[in-house]
Ligand binder design. Structure first.
Ligand code: ADP
Length: 361
């Protein structure tokens, strides 16, 4: 099967006076598993429905396999969409649900039998062909919805929050299944989610949206390690964000007067924006926590602090540590026998400088 690309170029869409998608530019590679991630109301579903052909943009181009499909109806686009609700026919068997699109397309009976059989096998439901949707679990219904879409052999698969109706355990299992299936088919897949874990664990690349604006596009680890702004930083994980004023810049470091903490010097890592005001950002596990009088490794930027609170989460303990007038999240990897720092106790925090990102304020 031919793998196709999907490109949105300067796409704008408004509902009346409300601009919901603002100059969206996304290039999705052939065969890619691409996530649209963002909070509720950020425009993810609107964009997905636009690619499907259910929404119409007022300006810009939408290209599938290099061809502008803006003027084409949904059924002329060779895309398959799985809805959040699954939208299965309750009165039809699993087999007939999956066969539905082929019957509509007047595919002959022998081909139908072969294609429906293959689609059901792909999603592991061959043994359930005679059941009705209400005799299936949520995960199985989800697979029927997938099989029904895949059977018509779309060039692009669109998934709208495909796992949100499932409980946590099933969601984790199904996202692995979904990914494995996508890899087998090599089908360009775009899926919408508000769950950063879901996007990070499955997507080759993702776009983070906020208020109809694409904030950043990249591989999950790139967005996690090199977020371009505080919104992305916080949306893909926990981030300490400290506003500061630049005191001095050299070729290799920046010294900042950090609000509530004072002067700290950081080496330059990645792109450092210009300007007098910057935000110092680092993840909770980029800090080491030590007893206050411990010998200090000179490779770290050290800050004295007081433990405000701690939460034991199994893999790690998250401390809330007061430094100056700020509170920082600090994660310490856990192992049996490791004693906790007491609340109210004095500690030293060692910040790994290579993990610090300086963002535009
Ligand atoms: P998301 O999928 O990220 O939750 P949506 O794409 O559903 O966001 O919605 C984006 C914005 O567009 C929201 O503010 C929503 O209220 C608005 N919106 C969505 N559909 C319509 C519509 N048919 N008419 C007017 N406003 C809409």
């Amino acid at each position: 099967m031919k793998k196709v690309s999907v490109q949105c170029r300067h796409v704008r869409l408004s509902y009346g006076p409300t601009e919901v998608l603002k100059d969206v530019n996304i290039e999705i590679e052939p065969g890619e598993f691409f996530a649209l991630l963002g909070p509720s109301g950020s425009g993810k579903s609107t964009l997905l429905r636009l690619i499907a052909g259910f929404n119409k943009h007022q300006s810009g181009e939408l290209l599938i396999d290099g061809v502008d499909v803006s003027a084409k109806a949904p059924w002329q686009r060779n895309v398959g969409m799985v809805f959040q609700s699954y939208a299965l026919w309750p009165h039809l068997s699993v087999w007939d649900n999956v066969a539905f699109g082929l019957v509509e397309r007047k595919v002959d009976k022998a081909t139908r039998r072969q294609k429906v059989g293959a689609a059901l096998e792909l999603v592991g439901l061959s043994a359930f062909a005679e059941r009705r949707p209400n005799q299936l679990s949520g995960g199985q219904q989800q697979r029927v919805a997938l099989a029904r879409t895949i059977v018509i052999e779309p060039q692009v698969l669109l998934l709208d929050e495909p796992l949100s109706n499932l409980d946590k355990t099933l969601r984790v299992q199904m996202r692995q299944e979904l990914l494995a299936m996508q890899r087998r088919l090599g089908l360009t897949t775009i899926f919408v989610t508000h769950d950063q874990e879901e996007a990070m664990t499955t997507a080759d690349r993702m776009a983070v949206l906020d208020k109809g604006v694409v904030q950043q596009i990249g591989a999950p680890a790139t967005l996690y390690d090199y977020p371009v702004n505080a919104f992305v930083a916080n949306f893909v994980g926990t981030m300490n964000l400290l506003p500061g004023r630049v005191r001095a810049r050299s070729g290799s470091s920046v010294t900042l007067d950090v609000d509530g903490i004072g002067d700290l010097r950081f080496p330059l890592v990645g792109d450092v924006p210009d300007g007098e005001h910057l935000t110092v950002s680092f993840r909770p596990h980029s800090l080491r926590v030590e007893v206050a009088d411990a010998a200090r490794d000179a490779r770290y930027v050290w800050m004295p602090g007081t433990v405000d609170a701690s939460e034991f989460l199994g893999e790690f303990t998250r401390y809330r540590v007061r430094v100056g007038t700020r509170q920082l999240a600090v994660d310490q990897a856990h192992y049996a026998g490791l004693s906790k720092f007491p609340v109210g106790g004095a500690v030293s925090l060692g910040l790994e400088p290579s993990q610090v990102r300086l963002l535009a304020a």
